[in-house]
Design a binder for this molecule. Structure first.
Ligand code: MRU
Length: 345
């Protein structure tokens, strides 16, 4: 199934990613506040999937509203959007999807509330459907960078699970594999939440794509000893100058890649490009709870009461980024111009 989907009876279904790879559990919600909690608690995660979840949550909020006029319904949608905005600060797709849903409601010429609810459900479905189409296009552009027998390194999970389907960085991997290129993927485990070990490994193994799981600290050694040909990562928000915010640890990879002459690409739908933030310094960086570091997988690994800093994302300055693969082509430096072209295409 898709990572997230709308059930015609008026509910949202999503894979509970906290349980993977040990259990495949699908949860179903009819209240937008539960979807907000699911985003915050990372039942669903990955910037594009968070965007789709926010859009479906707005469709639920419309359904739940007891308003009798379109104006009243829009007021209830604004309240829902405020709650959803508070779930995760870095992934810009969240805010992008909420704004798109609010704009749809405001632009609607429908006079009856039921008609407006149907329009909002259709818009959420449209956002989710577009995501898959966009990912396939990014996969096709990115796969042209991959040669036969390449060793690819990736971080976190920028796969089907991080999107509605097919993935961003893993879209490139999938597309190259579909083209029968003999590739191998080094998968960073990605502490502290282990999205690489739990999710990327699960996805690639399910599809029979050759891969090896590594502890995060191994990547530098592999790059220095010539075992990595190219790096592909996703992004939660990319600034106008090409600075890329992504899962914590990405910056370190990019610096070591440059030091070793290895191309480093971010695979980024234009919905993740935030032209309103001039540089990565303006991107809000999420901090999460200490227990994600002290109790990975529920198992205590640090002393009781230890002080912890759990920063969930970092910013890779654009000078370390070789190119940014979007659904409209690959942007190269100077990014300020090329990213704008990609967004406006
Ligand atoms: O904290 P997460 O799991 O939501 O972080 C996900 C990432 O960092 C991904 O690389 C990013 O969202 C791009 S995914 C297509």
């Amino acid at each position: 199934m898709r990572t997230i989907e709308w059930d015609p009876k008026g509910t949202v279904k999503m894979i509970d990613q906290r349980k993977l790879p040990l259990e495949f559990v699908v949860v179903e919600f009819d209240d937008y506040r539960d979807v907000a909690r699911a985003i915050h608690d990372m039942y669903i995660r990955g910037a594009p999937a968070i965007g789709a979840a926010a859009a479906y949550a707005m469709a639920l909020a419309a359904q739940q509203s007891s308003a009798t006029t379109p104006g009243g319904l829009i007021g209830d949608l604004r309240t829902a959007a405020d709650i959803l905005r508070g779930t995760r600060p870095t992934a810009v797709n969240l805010f992008w999807a909420l704004n798109r849903m609010l704009r749809t409601a405001q632009a609607s010429e429908t006079k009856d509330v039921e008609g407006l609810v149907q329009e909002l459900v259709a818009e959420a479905e449209q956002i989710a459907g577009e995501d898959i189409e966009i990912n396939r296009r990014m996969g096709a552009y990115g796969a042209a960078l991959v040669e036969d027998e390449f060793n690819i390194l990736t971080h976190c999970n920028a796969g089907a699970l991080a999107t509605v389907d097919y993935g961003t960085a893993l879209a490139v991997v999938r597309a190259a594999h579909e083209q029968s290129k003999r590739i191998h993927v080094w998968v960073d485990e990605t502490r502290p939440r282990l999205q690489g070990a739990r999710l990327t490994a699960w996805e690639l193994m399910n599809e029979g794509i050759p891969m090896t799981l590594i502890a995060d600290n191994v990547a530098g050694h592999l790059m220095r000893t010539g075992k990595v040909d190219i790096v592909f990562v996703g992004s939660d928000r990319t600034a106008a100058n090409g600075d890329v915010a992504n899962k914590i640890g990405t910056y370190k990879l990019a610096v070591v890649a440059k030091e070793n002459g290895i191309p480093f690409y971010a695979v980024v739908p234009t919905s993740t490009i935030d032209l309103s933030v001039p540089t990565g310094d303006d991107i809000p960086i999420e901090e999460r709870s200490a227990d994600e570091v002290t109790h990975p997988g529920g198992c205590q690994v640090a002393p009781d009461g230890v002080q912890v800093l759990n920063v969930a994302f970092d910013v890779t300055p654009h000078r370390y980024v070789t190119g940014i693969v979007t659904e409209n082509g690959i942007a190269y430096p100077p990014f300020r111009r090329s990213l704008r072209q990609m967004v406006e295409a």
